[in-house]
Design a protein around this ligand. Structure first.
Ligand SMILES: C[S@@+](CC[C@H](N)C(=O)[O-])C[C@H]1O[C@@H](n2cnc3c(N)ncnc32)[C@H](O)[C@@H]1O
Length: 318
């Protein structure tokens, strides 16, 4: 099986992370308390250990009850409607499969209704790609893994021979949609969805009371998972206090510095500095619908019963 590797793939992920951290710490030295942004969506998955810990984190019952079970039910009930009119020779491009059990019902349906199907998982994490390849072995779909960033894909699609054939393309990002500012992820999808390709995004919308949406992120497992970014840089957990906030449509996770930490002779983290390790966007229902329609007017919304979980089918403008 060929694994397409991008040229820009982060060859030394930990060095990349550390350089990014130092660069921000050096900026405007006097500006305190400092807020250091380490929340690039892929920072959580740079090592095999992080990928394995992610799987344990989403196995938490609170996460399953709130997001995973309603989404699985939604797929079970609505797969046929979601995938209606998708036919011909299809490339199913799975953006960040993680553990791909949620993708499976879609692939099973498509394999029966399309002339031919190629499954293309795209992930910065080679470990997640390996897990995906292993998971899919039983199902004998033609699998072409791409070990690259989502952001590199438009260029790869223009230049790589596997994309030269004229085929229908379906891009599935699932809940990873929530980790990007909407403008950024929609502009990337506009590049993907030329020629009437189809995109699938998933989200949880919020009500006035945000308490319930914050719960899955307040668990010990979520704290350990978030801390791994700082652990990769070389920090001890005892120097930090975990926080989860909601503001400006973002669930923000990160750590407050409890006491000064010397990094080098001239650089230190100071008490009350903040490091943001991840952000998950959440919008009120009506706002989310308007937001999607503004970018992709030909969208269909599928809601899980009795919950705020939604899958949206978005169609490119041709
Ligand atoms: C939160 S997991 C999502 C798993 C699954 N799709 C779901 O909806 O539950 C995010 C996945 O996307 C990958 N990822 C995140 N940002 C990425 C990027 N910019 N380029 C490539 N892979 C990325 C991660 O390595 C990880 O496998």
């Amino acid at each position: 099986m060929t694994v397409i590797k991008s040229n820009k793939i982060l060859a030394s992920p930990i060095e990349y992370l550390y350089d990014n951290f130092l660069k921000q710490l050096r900026e405007r030295k006097l500006d305190r308390p400092k807020i250091i942004l380490m929340n690039k969506p892929f920072n959580l998955y740079l090592t095999d250990d992080q990928a394995d810990t992610y799987i344990k984190t989403i196995e938490d019952e609170i996460f399953k009850k709130q997001i995973y079970y309603p989404f699985k039910k939604l797929l079970k009930k609505q797969t046929e409607n979601i995938l209606a009119k998708i036919e011909g020779d299809l490339d199913f491009i799975d953006l960040g499969p993680g553990y791909p059990d949620k993708t499976l019902p879609l692939l099973q349906y498509l394999s029966l209704h399309c002339n031919s199907l190629r499954y293309m998982p795209v992930d910065i994490s080679k470990h997640f790609l390996d897990i995906t390849i292993e998971f899919m072995k039983k199902y004998s779909y033609e699998t072409i893994p791409l070990n690259c960033l989502f952001e590199e894909l438009p260029q790869i699609m223009l230049s790589h021979k596997i994309f030269r054939e004229k085929r229908v393309r379906l891009f599935n990002i699932g809940f990873t949609f929530n980790n990007y500012p909407s403008r950024k992820i929609f502009s990337l999808f506009k590049k993907y969805l030329a020629n009437n390709s189809v995109g699938l995004i998933a989200t949880e919308t919020i009500n006035d009371d945000i308490t319930k949406a914050l719960e899955p992120y307040k668990t010990k497992k979520a704290e350990v998972f978030n801390f791994m970014i700082l652990q990769n840089i070389g920090f001890e957990q005892s120097s930090f206090k975990y926080f989860v906030n909601y503001k400006n449509s973002c669930i923000e996770m990160g750590f407050d510095v409890k006491k000064d930490i010397e990094i080098s002779k001239s650089l230190s983290l100071k008490r009350n500095d903040k490091i943001i390790t991840s952000i998950s966007y959440r919008y009120p229902k009506e706002y989310f619908i308007k937001l999607v329609n503004r970018h992709f007017p030909k969208s269909d919304f599928f809601w899980a019963a009795n919950s705020n979980i939604c899958l949206v089918k978005i169609i490119g403008e041709g």
